[in-house]
Design a protein around this ligand. Structure first.
Ligand code: AMP
Length: 293
C-alpha cells in the first residue's frame, strides 16, 4: 500500500493507493463501520477536469472518495485502442492528491480478471442502439467491470459522467436490476471553453482536428434548439449531419434524438429528450450529447 501526504487547509490529507480487492474492502468497510459515507468514481485514468468533477461531487456529498483507475480490456474490441489508450498513473495520482481524495484503487488486469474468468453482465435493450450498434462488445465490458467495482467496494454512491450518457443509463439500470445497493449519481459534462466535451481521447486529435472538434457540440445544441421549437427530429438531424460532414467529420456514426430515460428514438421531442451523437474526426471517434429544453 502506498500513502502520499498533502496539506490542505492546514490539515494533513493522505491519498492511499491500493491494488488488490481485499485492501480496498478493508478500507471501505472501516469507513462504513464508522458510519462514514463513501463515494466511488470508476475511471480509466488519464484524468482530466471531467473526471475530477466526479471526484469533487463525491467529496461534496460523501465523507470519502475512492477513485478507481483501470483500463478495462473487455470493453475494447481487438481493433480498438486498448494498447494506445493514454496511461499516466503518476500524473493521475498527483491530481487526486491535489483534491485531497482519500483512496485510489489501481488493480492490475489479473486482479480484475482471474484465470478462467467466465462471467459477464448483459443489459439488454438500452445497449442495443447508439454506441452499442457500432461497438457491440462495449456495454457488456462496461456492465461487467462496473458491477465488479460496485460489489468490490460497496460504496454508498457511485459517480458517472453525463458525457457518456448511454453508459450512465446502462449502469443505472444494471444496478437497479441486480439490486446492487449503491446510488448511481450522474454529473454534468465538463467542457473546454469552446464547448468540446473533455475526453481522454481528445489527446489523439491533431491541432487541425482539435480546431474543428467543437463543431460537434455546436451542432447538438442547434438540433436541441430546433427540437425545442417543434421541429421534427429527422429534419433537425439531417441538417446537423451536413454541417458536421462539411466541417470535416466523417463518418458520422449516429445522431439521434432519444427519450432521456429509456433512450427510445423520438420523432419529436414531446417528452424529456436528449440529442446524442458519435462521429469520427480523422481516426478519433468523438461522442457527445445535450439535453433538449
Ligand atoms: P473514462 O475514464 O473515460 O471511462 O471516464 C470515467 C468517468 O468519467 C465516466 O463516468 C465518464 O462519463 C466521466 N467523464 C469523462 N469525461 C467527462 C466529462 N468531460 N465530463 C464529465 N464526466 C466525464
Amino acid at each position: 500500500m502506498r500513502t502520499v501526504q498533502t496539506v490542505k487547509d492546514g490539515e494533513v490529507k493522505s491519498l492511499e493507493v491500493v491494488r488488490d480487492v481485499a485492501s480496498l474492502r478493508t478500507k471501505v468497510w472501516e469507513w462504513r463501520r464508522r458510519d462514514e459515507s463513501v463515494g466511488l468514481i470508476p475511471t480509466m485514468g488519464a484524468l482530466h477536469e471531467g473526471h475530477l468533477a466526479l471526484v469533487e461531487a463525491a467529496l461534496r456529498t460523501c465523507d470519502h472518495a475512492v477513485t478507481t483507475i483501470f483500463v478495462n480490456p473487455t470493453q475494447f474490441a481487438p481493433n480498438e485502442d486498448f494498447e494506445a489508450y493514454p496511461r499516466d498513473e503518476a500524473d493521475d495520482l498527483a491530481k487526486l492528491e491535489a483534491l485531497s481524495a482519500d483512496l485510489a484503487f489501481v488493480p492490475p488486469v489479473e486482479e480484475m480478471y482471474a484465470d478462467g474468468f467466465s462471467t459477464s453482465v448483459a443489459v439488454s435493450g438500452l445497449t442495443e442502439g447508439l454506441c452499442g450498434a457500432s461497438r457491440p462488445h462495449f456495454f457488456g465490458g462496461v456492465a461487467t467491470v462496473v458491477s465488479k467495482l460496485l460489489l468490490q467496494a460497496l460504496p454508498d454512491r457511485a459517480f458517472f459522467g453525463e458525457k457518456d450518457y448511454q453508459q450512465l443509463r446502462v449502469v443505472t439500470r444494471m444496478a437497479r436490476d441486480l439490486d446492487i445497493p449503491v446510488e448511481i449519481v450522474g454529473v454534468p459534462t465538463v467542457r473546454e471553453t469552446d464547448g468540446l466535451a473533455m475526453s481522454s481521447r481528445n489527446w489523439y486529435l491533431s491541432p487541425e482536428e482539435r480546431a474543428v472538434a467543437p463543431t460537434l457540440h455546436k451542432v447538438l445544441c442547434d438540433i436541441a434548439g430546433k427540437l425545442s421549437n417543434g421541429d421534427a427530429s429527422a429534419v433537425a438531424i439531417g441538417a446537423g449531419k451536413s454541417v458536421l460532414e462539411n466541417a470535416g467529420f466523417g463518418p458520422v456514426d449516429y445522431i439521434e434524438v432519444c427519450g432521456a430515460d429509456t433512450l427510445e428514438p423520438l420523432e419529436r421531442a414531446d417528452r424529456p429528450a436528449r440529442v446524442l451523437a458519435a462521429a469520427y474526426l480523422g481516426r478519433t471517434r468523438l461522442i457527445d450529447n445535450v439535453p433538449v429544453g
